[in-house]
Design a protein around this ligand. Structure first.
Ligand code: COA
Length: 172
């Protein structure tokens, strides 16, 4: 069975935070704090999902809902498990959840230098809308603003399949 076949996407819970924070600190130069993740888990206007492989958390995604727009704020997969569609499972489920809640737009910022993430989002149908100059406070790097939507302004379609997880009941 492939990694993504044995993977399960579900809602993030407080007991997940230790593993989530370990990934966050390993992956990002400026990492989110425990308090930040806790607030997001508690918030009704957030989508917080993890992907679990054989009982261990292999990645997570965080997003904020603003009316008909979902802002994807964080996504990471552990370095040793990348390129096995776990990121795609997370993003796909997050989009499905947003659509269920009435969202029409999905937007995000990504560091200009993050070619892997930009390719990942492009592959998913996200398109580059513009640049936010000096967006990242830590390094002063600019952000590329990317969006995917179901409106006339952004007609792109999701270009890779939605993965069916064996157990989707945990994901609210
Ligand atoms: C971006 C990230 C979440 C992708 O997760 P992943 O599980 O490796 O991605 P997937 O396996 O679902 O990849 C889907 C597609 O994205 C593209 N992609 C992913 N990694 C890529 C890479 N290293 N180089 C080129 N394209 C890549 C490919 O098109 C891939 O499809 P393919 O494998 O069939 O060619 C992961 O690389 C990561 O955690 N990066 C560090 C954190 C980060 O930069 N987050 C984004 C902040 S905005």
């Amino acid at each position: 069975m492939s990694t993504h076949e044995s993977a399960k996407v579900r809602k993030m819970r407080m007991p997940d935070l230790e593993q989530v924070l370990n990934i966050e600190r390993e992956v990002f130069f400026s990492s989110w704090s425990r308090a930040f993740f806790q607030d997001e888990i508690d918030s009704v206007s957030s989508i917080q999902l993890v992907v679990e492989v054989h009982g261990d958390i292999a990645g997570y995604i965080c997003a904020k809902i603003f009316s008909d727009e979902v802002h994807i704020t964080n996504i990471a997969v552990v370095p040793g498990m990348r390129r096995q569609k776990l990121g795609s499972m997370l993003l796909s489920r997050c989009i499905d959840k947003g659509l269920e809640l009435g969202a029409k737009w999905f937007i995000l910022e990504v560091r200009e230098s993050n070619t892997v993430a930009k390719e990942f989002y492009r592959r998913f149908g996200f398109r580059e809308l513009g640049i936010r100059i000096g967006y990242y406070e830590d390094t002063g790097e600019s952000a590329v603003l990317m969006a995917w939507g179901r409106t006339d302004e952004c007609k792109s379609d999701r270009t890779i399949p939605v993965f069916e997880e064996p157990n989707t009941k945990d994901c609210s």
